[in-house]
Ligand binder design. Structure first.
Ligand code: SF4
Length: 299
């Protein structure tokens, strides 16, 4: 499995670098796993956070590098601690012991071979939590196929409908086509949404869309696409927590928050479309205090 890093094509960037020899491609990661934080997290969708929290592992580096990244300290600046794969397996088990409802792998794409190795070790030692794959959605089919039987819940973003936005903000003009193909595989693997008696998700797909200021026609296009293609076979999480972080200052059109009235109108649009399986956010979630500290906690 780790030999995949010899000629890395884990994500659609297909850099082909030898990460096992210390080479780094677009994402910036070599073969050593770096983690920004591992802790119980209470700000995911309610069916993931529950009362005890989601057991989140925030991986450093990222294959997409959005200019406005809400977690730029780890994606752009690479804060975090380098750990071994046996330590990663221990972290998974520690989160289970702390009472986490699930194991939530945040920005995992560039570490898939290492994560599968650690998951196998942790499962041999008793890990039984549902595994959540929390991703930008910029995924290759070949990499997703490796995750079959390792992931229970897919939590992908659907960020852009247009090549223009995807190219301008994430240097990934093919994003919309890539995420559409990825969603078909994710829904096929995870199956219909299912929940335990406490309402916690056990399997399924929740697609997140973070609304960008002024990009509302893209939001509407994404909602139409998701509803028409998947209906109630997925959940849609419409997010208003955008905060102009990182390099957003250089992009005046997104260097602001999304007004509540604009968010409310987009929620109404989703309802008019007939979306029933959805999550919306309360006013006041676009605050820096909702961004976790990437201080190496739990690593
Ligand atoms: S995971 Fe990183 S090195 Fe590998 S193809 Fe993607 S961006 Fe390139």
């Amino acid at each position: 499995m780790l030999e995949l890093l010899n000629h890395c094509r884990l994500c659609p960037r297909c850099c082909g670098v030898n990460r096992n020899k210390g080479e780094r491609g677009f994402c910036g990661a070599d073969s050593t796993v770096r983690v920004g934080r591992a802790s119980l997290h209470y700000w995911e969708e309610p069916c993931l956070s529950g009362e005890r929290g989601s057991g989140t592992v925030f991986f450093s580096y990222c294959t997409l590098q959005c200019v406005y990244c809400q977690n730029s300290q780890i994606s752009h600046d690479h804060l975090g601690k380098e750990i071994t794969l046996s330590r990663l397996a221990e972290i998974f088990l520690e989160l289970q012991k702390k009472g986490a409802h699930n194991l939530n792998l945040v920005t995992p794409t560039h570490y898939v071979p290492q994560i599968i190795t650690a998951l196998d070790a942790a499962k041999a030692d008793g890990l039984s939590l549902p595994v959540v794959y929390n991703t930008s959605g910029y995924e290759r089919a070949e990499t997703l196929r490796l995750l079959d039987s390792h992931v229970d819940i897919y939590l992908p973003d659907f960020k852009y409908a247009s090549a223009g936005s995807a190219s301008r903000y994430s240097a990934a003009g093919d994003y919309a086509d890539v995420v559409k193909a990825a969603l078909d595989i994710m829904t096929e693997q995870a199956g219909l949404p299912s929940f335990d008696e406490d309402g916690m998700m056990k399997r399924g797909v929740i697609v997140r869309h973070l609304i960008l200021p002024g990009h509302y026609e893209e939001t509407r296009e994404i909602l139409r696409y998701l509803h028409k293609r998947y209906g109630n076979r997925i959940y849609i999480s419409l997010m208003n927590q955008y905060t102009p972080f990182a390099r957003a200052k250089a992009y005046p059109e997104i260097n602001c928050k999304v007004p509540q009235r604009d968010y409310d109108a987009l929620v109404d649009y989703a309802v008019e479309l007939g979306v029933e399986n959805g999550f919306i956010q309360e006013e006041g979630t676009a605050e820096e205090s909702f961004i976790p500290l990437f201080d190496g906690q739990g690593c």
